[in-house]
Design a protein around this ligand. Sequence first.
Ligand SMILES: *Cc1c(COP(=O)(O)O)cnc(C)c1O
Length: 386
Amino acid sequence: MKDETKCVLTPGVKEARFKSLAPAVHRASTIVFADAEEYATRGERGPDGYTYGLYGTPTTRQLEAKLQALSGAARTLLVPSGQASNAVAAMALLSAGDHILIADTSYPPMRTHADDDLKRFGVGVDYYDPLSLDDLKRRIRPETKLVWCESPGSTTMEVQDIPAIVEIAHAAGALVGCDNTWATALAFKAHAFGVDIVSEALTKYASGHSDILMGAMSFADEEVALKVRAFMGRTGIGVSPDDAALVLRGMETMALRFAHAEAGARRLIGRLQAHPAIAEVYWPPLESNPGHALWKRDFTGAAGVFTVVLADGKSAGLDGALGALRTFAIGASWGGTRSLVAPMSIGKARTVAPVVGEDLFVRFSVGLEAIEELEADIDAFLACLS
Ligand SMILES: *Cc1c(COP(=O)(O)O)cnc(C)c1O
């Protein structure tokens, strides 16, 4: 063999008796075939076979299998971000003339995708009150093909009656999709409550280290999954095996991180609630939270993400109070090891139930730092507001 060829070919080595606990990273664009017959019939390999890197390698399939088992889905598919998961599900399943109903409290980019893209494709877009089954019933139409939920809702944490929504949607011939990023499949098994498509930003708790963007769509029905998978193939949407390996690693500690964040949130919320500078705390385990009884009925845990509303007259001091934080970082994409805080305004992202009062919400995400240091930060934050 000439040197140039030796440079190109990688010799096979013994793999027998090598067994690592770490999933291997299988990178590939092209897949090679043993003979002409295998190549000619590659299209018959089905969704679990390998034909091209875009459609999956053993590494991305391992992550899909892990998520599928955790969520109780018929099939899970990976996409490059959490928002891609919302948008791809909608684009793959809706056609011109169809109608989508979206919870008013959905992740704001899902709304802009619907308003700017789905409408452009001829899909009718409406929003419904996440807490009112009557409102949903009023707005659902024969053309409604997808009812989109997010429970709890972004920022204001309304918990939805998912089984009742599923019943209404299915009776009308619509599928139900639910963005389950906050709870993850650890705290809410959406498929067990009838949801057809579960969307999750793996960017948050699953990857868990603020260094990866990825999303997952889990499907209750294989046929629906394959329809979306075919759309992904046609539109060239896939994920990197290196990223998938990092999410596989992150998921090994996900249950611990999630439980830790819930416990930390409980302690910090106690401090915040007791202080006169805080008017309201939104977190589903709190009895005052909209839909708390539904959370108690359907969920088995809570994320460490909650939102605070300041008391009247306190918002002028917010920038200074944020500056007093030593351990919390200011940032939006939660679910990592670092505790985060972000001031949010949501007025532009609500149409069914406009924001009453000042449009200022402070969202906290609890990470893995020592709780005493986070408590000291909260104390400094509150002192600055007073
Ligand atoms: C962060 C988030 C997303 C989007 O995830 P990205 O990976 O950042 O695109 C979608 N839905 C919810 C509820 C989120 O919190």
